[in-house]
Design a protein around this ligand. Sequence first.
Ligand code: LLP
Length: 415
Amino acid sequence: MSYFQERNGELFVEDLSLAAVAERFGTPAYVYSRAAFTQHYLAYAEALGSHPGMVCYAIKSNSNLAILNLLARLGAGFDIVSGGELERVLRAGGEPSRIVFSGVGKSRSEIARALEVGIFCFNVESEAELEVLSQVAVEHNTVAHVSLRVNPDVDANTHPYISTGLKENKFGIDIERAPEVYLRAKSLPGLEIKGLDCHIGSQLTQLTPFLDALDRLLLLIDQLAEKGITISHLDLGGGLGVTYRNETPPEVSVYMAAIKEKLGDRPLSLLFEPGRSISANAGVLLTEVMYLKPTEHKNFAVIDAAMNDNIRPALYQAWQDIRPVKARDGEKKVWDLVGPICETGDFLGKDRELAIEPGDLLAIMSAGAYGFSMSSNYNTRGRAAEIVVDGDTAWLARERETIDDMLRGEHLLPG
Ligand code: LLP
């Protein structure tokens, strides 16, 4: 169910009207539903059930501390890709022993810090990284738990920028070379082999690519067993796609049942790194219409949210629904919703049929994932506030950025 519903012509988040949120906190603002985050996380945890394993929320999709803390309290693990994300998890009360560290470019200092706090596993993306990881572990008199991220050469059928499992992508180790690389890992003093990992892409709305990848991983696990290498966990990477418009991704329970069936009675624990399917439909970007600019060719509505707040439409041609917060009578027209930034690509939606006037509030839907977390200060625009709603109560989870916040750390030349 959606926690963003219309009641008597007004859009609500849980039991609070979005108009009330805008009145109190201003716009643009990201507004999240606590219940939606909870429900989406529990869908994974419950589908995993008693099978050994972990649901490691991919914090890159939405890394607000309040959200991480909420998920930590529900028992989530975390998938991180930087030292910064590691510190976020720790400050939010996440358990180091439930963290997996992904990404192609982990620095020595990031690796050292992750070893120091005792993370669960490093998802290693290259042979060069394997060598460095072993060296850093030896220097710190410890052993790093590793999983190799393999590239199973499966087409995820998603946008090319978020497709990662093909041979031409920068991610992972070619599955053909994996046995050799595992043997190397086994010989290195600072490493202990634990798992096998893959992530073939994001916003996948069909099961087939996941299951094809799994078949290839299981074959590899058998090959490795013959070489005396035991894999104890399988990490299947990011989660399912979501409905932005009319996509119909499978239910998490169906996805998980299909995986468990393929595993049969192999003694493998399962890790998942879902981001979008937990956060996307748990948040909206609330914005106000500033100016209407009808022209001969196009009707532009200038809104106070821009590509610095949500870059997805500009970067991936992503479509996100845009709904009025209060339905108004009057003639609907077709509008391009554009932001104040000096770029033609600064739009949040095109050709949307809406009845709007300046001062009206709009909600950009499905904005909880890769929205705020990809936002920037382009055009020296402060980043939006983030609000978490629980029932009829709103909590300021991140303050709107001020000019001082943005200019902190910049220095004039001495003379
Ligand atoms: N694990 C790894 C190693 C990943 O690279 C990603 C996403 C995930 C997990 C989480 O995938 P998810 O469950 O969210 O599909 N900014 C793009 C999406 C980039 C995805 C990057 N990696 C967007 O806004 O569509």
